[in-house]
Design a protein around this ligand. Structure first.
Ligand code: SAM
Length: 358
């Protein structure tokens, strides 16, 4: 306890179970490793990772004194975690990620070592709003970990960018001057057998729009740069043809599909344009295909005879997916829209139903 330098209790929020494998990023004197080791029991393992050899040595002494045998302390940095992919069930950390000069790399490595469906439960220092450099300097004299602390919105953006879903950031202790401790929780998406396609609900709004934004941020998904509000999103989309893909292990939305009518003219009543978005952290797992198959079947049931889509020529994964599901290339619309200062082509695809509209 005397060696503890944290700003909260990540072990409490990580809901550890017997037999789980846990990694503590920046384990210091080892307090959270030792607490986690008790929770996961002899069938589990807890790794502590720290860049300081002195802290590693201290943590090993503490583990020995505590009689803990299922903990291992590794020397390394959180930006280059020395563990294989999909190795751990849970990543915890206490007042360390805010210190990193490359937080995106640290989060990417946390995601890499987590198994699909794995949990991220971290206690850290954040800034509630913006803090100018003078306020940060003054606050830093009282709170050592404030130098690299990010605003909450930036933390959320980094987590989405790394590929996490199900983000929850809860502010806890108020350190003054807008500096807060926070509990940050997120989940690595799981895909595969545990995937459910179901109608989109209003309660999915936050996750659907986060996936939309993450897709737009890749620059390959659409001309827009900012996802609309939920009202804007739902206003243009047919209510009976909106679906989400949900990871049943975590209940997280990992993708969605929706469609808009292409025209108000009655002759085109059975023609829609669809969009399908899969979370960038879980692509190439068949989620897009599962969503599109469900959507095609439902649209044919609903009397839709033609589904069309516009895809950037560089989005080869999307083009291949649509090809496999019976879409044909109508042609390429040349320099049809300006995107981030570049005039871009769009490949126009369509799928004519063989069962509806005959
Ligand atoms: C504020 S202390 C917190 C220690 C511990 N988590 C606790 O709650 O007591 C920060 C720890 O992170 C380690 N650290 C800082 N930056 C790191 C990095 N990039 N990679 C690995 N360890 C790091 C430091 O050596 C130190 O032990």
């Amino acid at each position: 306890m005397r060696a503890s330098l944290g700003c909260g209790n990540p072990v409490n929020v990580a809901s550890l179970h017997e037999g789980e494998t846990v990694l503590d990023l920046g384990s210091g004197g080892g307090i959270d490793v030792l607490l986690s080791a008790r929770r996961v029991g002899p069938a589990g393992t807890v790794y502590g990772l720290d860049a300081s050899l002195d802290m590693i040595a201290l943590a090993r002494r503490n583990a020995e004194q505590a009689g803990v045998t299922n903990a291992e302390f590794l020397h390394g940095t959180i930006e280059r975690v020395p563990l294989p992919d999909h190795w751990v069930d849970v990543v915890i950390s206490n007042c360390v990620i805010d210190l990193s000069g490359d937080k995106a790399a640290a989060l990417a490595k946390a995601l890499r070592v987590l198994r699909p469906g794995g949990r991220f439960g971290v206690s850290d220092v954040v800034v509630d709003g913006e803090l100018d450099s003078e306020c940060r300097r003054v606050a830093g004299q009282r709170i050592g970990c404030v130098a690299g602390a990010l605003p909450v919105a930036a933390c959320r953006e980094l987590l989405v960018g790394a590929g996490f879903v199900g983000m929850r950031i809860a502010l806890t202790t108020d350190h003054g001057d807008g500096v807060r401790s926070a509990i940050v929780q997120a989940v690595k998406p799981a895909a595969g057998p545990g995937l459910e396609i179901r109608p989109m609900l209003q309660s999915d709004a936050e996750q659907v729009l986060a996936i939309y934004q993450a897709g737009l941020d890749t620059g390959q998904a659409g001309f827009e740069t900012t996802a609309p509000s939920w009202e804007g999103f739902t206003a243009g989309k047919l209510a009976h043809l909106r679906y989400v893909a949900v990871d049943t292990a975590t209940d997280q939305v990992v993708g969605w599909v929706a469609a808009s009518p292409v025209s108000a003219r009655p002759v085109y009543a059975g023609v829609v344009e669809h969009s399908v978005y899969v979370h960038p952290g879980c692509q190439a797992h068949g989620i897009g295909r599962a969503l599109l198959e469900e959507f095609i079947a439902a649209s044919e049931d609903a009397g839709i005879w033609t589904i069309q889509a516009g895809v950037f020529p560089g989005n080869t994964a999307s083009l291949a997916l649509h090809d496999r599901l019976g879409f044909r290339v109508v042609g390429t619309r040349e320099r049809v829209g300006c995107h981030r200062g570049l005039w871009r082509d769009v490949v126009l695809l369509e799928r004519r139903s063989a069962v509806t509209g005959q």
